[in-house]
Design a protein around this ligand. Structure first.
Ligand SMILES: [Zn+2]
Ligand SMILES: [Zn+2]
Length: 288
């Protein structure tokens, strides 16, 4: 697995790459604008060119964009849904501008109106975005902790959205370890990762998992509460991370940290990136 972190774009997109390099990242995830604002400016061509140049300099080939938190693809409110669609179409355009490989999105919340309708609306939104843009990054549906009306607690549900979108070839999955743990996928313990990956394979197809979010969970197994913890400081233990980053079948896939960074100016994720990279090296020399 290639290790990276979610980096801030504050001060310009190119600065996120500088931060990633300071952290020792091999891949990078960013927001394409403020994730808590509806109105996000277009990315100027100069800004995008600068970002791409930094990426080339750093030898970083995989870029993930995490979708805005305001967008709710499963919203039962027509106005909210339309607003989300417009925002997601624009966001996809920004992903194309910076040359992103993947746009990671949450499937959304049906707000108590039932999962079946939510799945339909979520799929409809993915279809709307991919119809608008002929080409561009693959959309990755991220699994969630599955609390309340939130869709995506299982890969089975993500699979339904993907199939119903009608764009199966342009939609895959992002596997968040903390969300999976909270949703009740037994990642920890002996052989846990293998069993869970087999389960995901049966539910949705492991080959469609194109990226991982490597987060420990501050909340207990099956709690359905989404609280990330730094690697080794949550309740998952180190074993799942060791097995994931060293797994030969997942080699080359991006694994991104979304945990609390250190309160320093430079190298805010360095310790956690190094920890994960170290596990990978050890994993390789360990007989399988
Ligand atoms: Zn996410
Ligand atoms: Zn995540």
């Amino acid at each position: 697995m290639l290790i990276g972190a979610h980096e801030s774009i504050s001060g310009g997109f190119w600065k996120s790459v500088v931060r990633a390099v300071e952290d020792g990242c091999e891949v990078i995830q960013i927001f394409s604008g403020s994730p808590s604002r509806w109105e996000v400016p277009e990315i100027q061509s100069g800004e995008a060119a600068l970002f791409r140049k930094e990426l080339r300099k750093a030898g970083m080939r995989t870029v993930l964009v995490h979708g805005s938190y305001l967008i709710n693809p499963a919203s039962p409110d027509p106005d909210q849904w339309s607003r989300s669609l417009t925002a997601m179409i624009r966001e996809y355009g920004r992903c194309r501008a910076v040359g992103a490989d993947f746009l990671v999105v949450h499937p959304g919340s049906h707000r108590g109106q039932g999962a079946a309708g939510g799945v339909e609306r979520s799929a409809e939104m993915v279809r709307g975005v991919l119809t608008e843009w002929e080409d561009g990054p693959m959309i990755l549906l991220e699994n969630t902790a599955g609390s309340g009306s939130t869709l995506g607690g299982t890969f089975l549900e993500l699979g339904r959205i993907r199939r119903a979108s009608g764009f199966s070839d342009r939609v895959g999955y992002c596997f968040d370890t903390a969300h999976a743990f909270a949703a009740g996928y037994a990642l920890s313990g002996d052989g846990g990762i293998r069993r869970v990956l087999d389960e995901v394979d049966r539910e949705a197809g492991l080959d469609l998992v194109k990226a991982f979010h490597l987060n420990d969970s501050a909340r207990e197994f099956g709690s359905r509460v989404d609280r990330h913890a730094r690697i080794g400081e949550g309740l998952m233990g180190l074993d799942p991370f060791r097995e994931l980053v060293a797994d030969a079948g997942l080699a080359g896939l991006p694994g991104v940290l979304e945990t609390q960074p250190l309160p320093v100016l430079h190298g805010r994720y360095r310790d956690q990136v190094d920890l994960l990279k170290g596990m990978r090296v050890k994993g390789r020399i360990r007989p399988r």
